[in-house]
Design a protein around this ligand. Structure first.
Ligand code: ATP
Length: 235
């Protein structure tokens, strides 16, 4: 579905991504893992054209989308949630969701999607009139996911949804991603530092180190690998 070939990202003299190749297959959850500063966010930003890649190619369903801006990708069915779950703080929850559906003209489809989001995150329904800026970190992450879903994506790219959340909230957010994947067929590229939990929800994973893919494989193989357990899972 999504392929990334030999992607490079540089910030001035700093080579943040040094030739990454990866894919997300139709209907799967893939994970891009690695420590702080490994280059995960830069990879994601380059995939969605927020950062101009210094080299390489990105395709979505066979079409070259390298360097295309986020607005174009949204219309093709790709949604991205950047790190920190940014929401429109001064707008109520439901208005945030409405803004996520700005490409949509069909009121009935809008209602359907809204119902789906509220079913997934009942908390958002309870708080639909609350200003987004006053929501807790976990609620904001749910809202960011909900808003992304309102554009009707087939592929969701999400950067560190677990950041700053308690274990129980991390589980809720990851459960929602699994439900969207299994029930709605949404493909997900999950970028995470929290490797142990990401490996529980992903089918396959890539581990980045210093701008390169150090290890890749099925999540089961990675979770069972002595090297991964020692170097990354602290076991
Ligand atoms: P984290 O999990 O901490 O977000 P990451 O794996 O997502 O880390 P990146 O944010 O992609 O890593 O950063 C990769 C490298 O690029 C780091 O050395 C970082 O300091 C550098 N970098 C990222 N953004 C910029 C920028 N806008 N200007 C200069 N250097 C940057």
């Amino acid at each position: 579905m999504l392929t990334v070939e030999d992607l490079h990202v540089a910030y001035g003299g700093v080579q943040a991504v040094r030739g990454i190749s990866l894919e997300v297959r139709t209907g799967e959850v893939a994970a891009l893992l690695g420590a702080n500063g490994a280059g995960k966010s830069s990879t994601l930003l380059a995939i969605v054209g927020s950062v101009k890649p210094a080299g390489g190619r990105v395709t979505f369903e066979g079409q070259d989308i390298t360097g295309q801006p986020p607005e174009v990708l949204i219309r093709k069915g790709i949604a991205m949630i950047p790190e920190g779950a940014r929401v429109f703080a001064r707008q109520p929850v439901e208005q945030n969701l409405r803004l996520g559906a700005y490409i949509l003209r069909d009121e009935a489809v809008y209602r359907q999607r809204l119902q789906r989001v509220y079913k997934l995150f009942p908390r958002l329904l309870e708080r639909r009139e609350q200003l987004a800026g006053t929501m807790s970190g976990g609620e904001r992450q749910m809202l960011a996911i909900g808003r992304a879903l309102m554009s009707g994506p087939r592929l969701l790219l999400i950067d560190e949804p677990s950041l700053g959340l308690s274990p129980i909230l991390i589980e809720q957010v990851f459960d929602a991603l699994v439900a969207l994947n299994r029930q709605d067929g949404l493909a997900v590229l999950l970028v995470e530092q929290n490797m142990a939990q990401a490996l529980e929800v992903a089918a396959r994973a890539y581990v980045m180190q210093s701008g390169r893919i150090a290890i890749e494989g099925t999540a089961a193989d990675l979770a069972a690998s002595d090297e991964v357990r020692r170097a990354y899972l602290g076991m």
